[in-house]
Design a binder for this molecule. Structure first.
Ligand SMILES: Cc1cc2nc3c(=O)[nH]c(=O)nc-3n(C[C@H](O)[C@H](O)[C@H](O)COP(=O)(O)O)c2cc1C
Length: 350
């Protein structure tokens, strides 16, 4: 089914984008347990990919089994979004999402992410420019060789297409969805002005995290603010997905009804616990096997990378273990897959 049709056909439970977390190995591990209805990539800089930062393309690697897959981009320069949209179309993404919610200083100090909430005109230019990139790619007017990017970037784009087993061209490419993920405000809730502004752009869907930029990840997500945004979205005829602090699948469905949203994004609760998208409780053996699977996927997809960034995930797989403290002491020293596998006895003994 076409992605656009799909999101209208049912309530959506999606994996939220998490920079430095939801890379391809994470998402492959998630899909091994249970594929969410929709998956977002971690965000990638629109300026970075359009200027040819080849290493950034690792963040856009995805497996064909992850569909429906939405690529997320951030930045502040509308022209880069045009180019990034052409690139993401060429890579075969089902949807293109614009980040207007990231609170990290490194992102907001340049006017990107959640800083765009206070710059509605720039936000409009970014959305329009992204849409133009999609239109021009899908009508055959522009392709990746027309947007002035270096040969080394074109080579890595083709590598990504091969990895994703995506060989389509604009001729058989379904136009991807265009969406925005944002927060309820910068210092306080500005839903009544910000959300109608976004909704005036005829987006396919909008994802709303119920916190302000200032809150970062502290406090609680304001689901009443999400409910208000949902009423605006219904009026505008745009789908809206709520996000923030959802920790179980039954809670996700309860919130869909209670706050009148068309879907839910789950982020942090999936870390070390991909079973959050199921109604099942994993055994220690399940957790250990999956931790090894995650590490195997990581070394398959990123063969030149060290395992260090995975330790935070290993610790999360071990959280709640009766001997978590002893395991943690060992996990923080794991450098190789063999060392990880050697923890089996420790992990399976309570
Ligand atoms: C480590 C981390 C990285 C994140 N990176 C992104 C990102 O790249 N793009 C984005 O839109 N949101 C990002 N977020 C926000 C999440 O997608 C989500 O909105 C937030 O964590 C609230 O949902 P949750 O309570 O289900 O985790 C990130 C969150 C965390 C914790």
């Amino acid at each position: 089914m076409d992605f656009r049709e799909f999101i209208h056909s049912q309530k959506i439970i999606a994996l939220s984008p998490m920079d430095g977390v939801t890379d391809c190995s994470y998402r492959q591990t998630q899909c091994f347990v249970k594929k969410p209805d929709v998956i977002f990539t971690e965000f990638v800089s629109a300026e970075g990919i359009s200027r040819g930062g080849v290493r950034l393309y690792d963040q856009l690697l995805y497996g064909n089994n992850e569909r429906y897959i939405v690529g997320q981009i951030f930045g502040k320069d509308p022209e880069s979004f045009y180019k990034a949209a052409v690139i993401l179309c060429h890579l075969g993404f089902d949807g293109i999402d614009i980040n207007m919610g990231c609170p990290a200083k490194t992102v907001t100090q340049h006017g990107s992410g959640a800083a765009l909430i206070e710059k509605p005109e720039v936000a409009s230019q970014i959305i329009n420019s992204t849409r133009q990139g999609i239109e021009d790619y899908c009508s055959g007017k522009t392709t990746v060789t027309d947007i002035g990017i270096k040969q080394s970037s074109l080579d890595v784009i083709e590598r990504n297409c091969l990895f994703s087993e995506y060989t389509g061209t604009y001729k058989d490419y379904q136009k991807p969805t265009l969406s925005v993920k944002t927060r309820v405000g910068v210092t306080h809730n500005v839903v009544p002005v910000w959300i109608p502004h976004l909704l005036s752009h005829n987006l396919d869907f909008l994802s709303l995290h119920g916190r302000t930029l200032k809150q970062g990840y502290s406090g609680l997500a304001d689901w009443e603010a999400i409910k208000l945004a949902a009423s605006f979205a219904k009026e505008a005829g745009t789908l809206i997905w709520g996000n923030g602090d959802v920790t179980t699948l039954p809670q996700a469905y309860e919130y869909i009804d209670k706050y009148n949203v068309d879907g839910i994004l789950i982020g942090r609760s999936s870390m070390g616990n991909p079973w959050v998208f199921t109604n099942t409780e994993p055994s220690l053996k399940d957790k250990f096997s999956l931790m090894c699977y995650h590490a195997d996927q990581f070394t398959r997809i990123f063969p030149h990378r060290r395992l260090d960034p995975l330790r935070r995930h290993f610790l999360l797989y071990a959280s709640g273990h009766p001997r978590a403290k002893q395991l943690r002491e060992k996990i923080v020293h794991v450098n190789t897959i063999a060392e990880l596998y050697a923890l089996e006895e420790d992990f399976l003994t309570c």
